[in-house]
Design a protein around this ligand. Sequence first.
Ligand SMILES: NC(=O)C1=CN([C@@H]2O[C@H](COP(=O)(O)OP(=O)(O)OC[C@H]3O[C@@H](n4cnc5c(N)ncnc54)[C@H](O)[C@@H]3O)[C@@H](O)[C@H]2O)C=CC1
Ligand SMILES: C[N+](C)(C)CC(=O)CC(=O)[O-]
Length: 337
Amino acid sequence: MPSPSSTTTADPAASAAPCLPEDVRRVACVGAGVIGGGWAAHFLARGYDVTAWDPAPDAAVRLRRLIAAAWPALEQLGLADGASQDRLTVTTTLEEAVAEAQFVQESAPEKLDLKRDLLARLDAAAPAGTVIASSTSGYPMTDMQTEAADPGRLVVGHPFNPPYLIPLVEVVGGERTAPAAVDWASRFYAVAGKSVITMDREVPGFIANRLQEALWREALHMVASGEATVAEIDASITEGPGLRWAVMGPMLTFALAGGEGGMAHMLDHFGPSLKSPWTRLEAPELDRALYDAVVAGCEEAADGRSIADLVAERDRGVIDVLRATGRLPRSAEEATR
Ligand SMILES: NC(=O)C1=CN([C@@H]2O[C@H](COP(=O)(O)OP(=O)(O)OC[C@H]3O[C@@H](n4cnc5c(N)ncnc54)[C@H](O)[C@@H]3O)[C@@H](O)[C@H]2O)C=CC1
Ligand SMILES: C[N+](C)(C)CC(=O)CC(=O)[O-]
């Protein structure tokens, strides 16, 4: 859990927020599907009180089921003192959910008009100054903050699925966001156990999603043109570059492709031959045939495993990778060293 308020000093950069990031105790999660539920699980495991609201009639049941399914993985990661699924309150109105929130994470469907209206409602209902973050996977905050009375406190806090296991969150403001709100959110996420990349401008697609989109575009293109199957695309990453990327990003990985000469030799050696792939890449048409091929390919790849089976398998695998790469202690003995 974050340290108590007496150990922190006032920070003028965050003076608009009602409390310091280290002092947050109550977080609201608005929208409680895959990502909102994942955020709720993360914040509960970190010892926060969580209030959640979602308009779907079965939302509370779904949310509690998602958190219960995530909890074994979270126990392996190590729960904060006092962390409990019982610290979740599912409210019947949005206003109740955010009334006492010290931070709000919005994870509603990716529809621009919906986000605009919802962020304005959250802004009207949340305590003055409380920072409100959107999980959007691509809308610039400038486009979402248009209806809010206090757009200065609205930021993007883009997570990766599942937010309770993948450390990264990308933080960026919009044209009308106060820089102090971006700083506050970045600090809060770090206190709450996330790895934070803070952008100083609205990068289209943020950073990680922009990279994923390039890969995904090519994957779809290859399926559409019959160049590769869904299974081959997945295996090409899990049996190939994906193994390296958990250890070292694409830049340092390719620096090693240059041997002793590092990136300079890699560029001298391969640069001219790499230019042709960059210039021939094009976006595929997501037509019915491609849609069906990708869905059927994924069903075949799942080979009878349910979504719940795959979630559990992914969670176990990610925890193993976090351990193997030293991001988590490898054993109970190492944890106490
Ligand atoms: N699924 C993913 O891998 C990722 C999604 N995101 C972003 O997270 C956000 C949520 O996406 P998912 O959780 O995947 O969607 P989802 O469809 O699983 O969940 C959305 C939830 O929002 C609720 N909802 C509908 N209308 C609402 C409203 N007016 N106010 C509040 N809640 C409402 C729905 O009942 C549903 O439970 C989107 O902005 C998405 O781009 C970000 C990172 C990864
Ligand atoms: C598919 N997606 C664009 C919604 C994915 C993300 O935004 C991040 C992730 O979890 O990979």
